[in-house]
Every structure is written in structure tokens, then in C-alpha cells.
Design a binder for this molecule. Structure first.
Ligand code: PGA
Length: 253
């Protein structure tokens, strides 16, 4: 059985003191919830402080991006090596990075390779845009993004995949549980073709896009969905706790 994983992607929100306040407010309750892997992905500048706060707890830490070179003259960038000291996970290929920072499939692939080499677990994001969805191209787009991101990678080594339809991110218009389950099942079959059935069975594929305390159960009940990547609702202590609790309860049934 796959242990579900809920990751909070804080995006470019929270100052250092706000990050500390948010974590302090959920730490005790979040720590107690079992049967779920809980991952917080604050901005880079808060990773160290959040890491200190969650030390000794069951909560894990992730970054939201990295650069694919180990070190050197790349002003403003953060290397995989800098992150290994601080966190276990790293979000790669989020649609906002593809859209606003011109991250191509090739760059995403380099980042995935660099993260794995450094021993980080990538949370690889893929998903179609609205016009692609409307043109019936969802499967084609996720296949292309997946295959390009995984080029040259012969083992998934703890990698997480997040299916995030772009039209559902930050819009309040989530996919239905059934839609997400169907596409995630399709992604899993792709993994089976690229690797083998064992890799496909073991990989956790999350859904992301307007997940809230109101719709969490609908997603987490689906057999293919291995958890959620939560944006907006991860900034609200009660919402995030509720999403993680609902996931744990479904798992217990
Ligand atoms: P959202 O973001 O939950 O605010 O839609 C999800 C994400 O972008 O990871």
C-alpha cells in the first residue's frame, strides 16, 4: 500500500516571521496525524527556520525549485547541494515556473536529474492548460511532459509525480475526483511502460489544483490518487490540517 502524501506549496507567500507563525500554529496537530506523509514547501529563505521548528517531528520539508548546477557563478540561484542539507523534497516543473520563467521540458529534465543525483526527492509537476484540455489533448500533453522530464532517468528513486491541470490551479475550479483519477491512472500506465509494473504500483501520483478542506475527501477516496499538492489552502492552518486529517481517515477505513 502506498502511504498518501500531502504537500503544502506556499509559493511566493509568507515572510520569515509569517512562515514561523504558520508552522508554529500547525506543528503540534500536524505532527500527531499518522498514515500520511506531510511535507511543507515554504520559500527558500524560510527553509532553515522551518527546518529547526519541525526537527524531531513527523513533518518533512521541501523546496519549491532548484538550479541544476552544483555550484558556481549563477547569481541568485540555489543548488541541489545547498538543499540536501535542509530538506528531503523539491518541487520541479511547476506550471508557474513553466509559464512565467520559461522552463522547458529540457530544463525540467536537467533539474530532475540534478535533484536525484543530490539525493533529493523531486515532486515533478505535469498538467495540461485549459485550451489543451478543451481540445482533448490532456493525455498527449501529460505523456509528453512526463517522458521529457524522465529522459535518461533509469530509476524513480522515491520521486513523486503531481498531476496539476493548469486550469485548476488557483482558480477555485478543481477537477472532479473522477477526472483526476482517470488521468492519474493514465500517467501510472505510462510509468509502467517506461519502467515496470512495480515502479508504477509504488509511485505516488498526487492531484493538485484548488484542493480545499471541502473537496479533499472526494480526491483522496480515488484509488489512483496518492495525495495532494495544496497551494492556497496550505496557507490556512485549519484548512491544511483538515485536508491532512481527512486523508488519514480515508486511509484508516
Ligand atoms: P492551488 O495551487 O491549490 O492554490 O490551486 C496548487 C499548486 O499550484 O500546487
Amino acid at each position: 500500500m502506498r502511504v498518501p502524501l500531502i504537500a503544502g506549496n506556499w509559493k511566493m507567500n509568507t515572510t520569515l516571521s509569517e512562515a514561523i507563525e504558520l508552522v508554529s500554529g500547525i506543528l503540534r496537530e500536524l505532527d500527531k496525524i499518522d498514515n500520511v506523509d506531510k511535507v511543507l514547501c515554504p520559500p527558500f529563505i524560510s527553509l532553515a527556520a522551518v527546518g529547526e521548528l519541525i526537527k524531531g517531528s513527523s513533518i518533512k520539508l521541501g523546496a519549491q525549485n532548484l538550479y541544476f548546477v552544483e555550484k558556481g557563478a549563477y547569481t541568485g540561484e540555489i543548488s541541489p547541494l545547498m538543499l540536501t542539507d535542509l530538506c528531503e523534497f523539491v518541487i520541479i516543473g511547476h506550471s508557474e515556473r513553466r509559464q512565467y520563467f520559461n522552463e522547458t521540458g529540457e530544463i525540467v529534465n536537467k533539474k530532475v536529474q540534478a535533484a536525484l543525483k543530490a539525493g533529493l526527492k523531486p515532486i515533478l509537476c505535469i498538467g495540461e492548460r485549459l485550451e489543451e484540455n478543451e481540445a482533448g489533448l490532456t493525455e498527449e500533453v501529460v505523456t509528453r511532459q512526463l517522458r521529457s522530464a524522465l529522459t535518461g532517468i533509469d530509476r524513480l528513486s522515491g520521486m513523486i509525480i503531481a498531476y496539476e491541470p493548469v486550469w485548476a490551479i488557483g482558480t477555485g475550479k478543481a477537477a472532479t475526483g473522477e477526472q483526476a483519477n482517470q488521468t492519474i491512472g493514465f500517467i501510472r500506465r505510462n510509468i509502467s511502460e517506461l519502467y515496470d509494473t512495480e515502479a508504477a504500483q509504488n509511485v505516488r501520483i498526487l492531484y493538485g489544483g484548488s484542493v480545499t478542506a471541502e473537496n479533499a475527501t472526494e480526491f483522496m477516496q480515488q484509488p489512483e490518487i496518492g495525495g495532494a499538492l495544496v497551494g492556497g489552502a496550505s496557507l490556512k492552518a485549519d484548512q491544511f490540517l483538515s485536508i491532512v486529517r481527512q486523508t488519514s481517515e480515508i486511509r484508516r477505513r
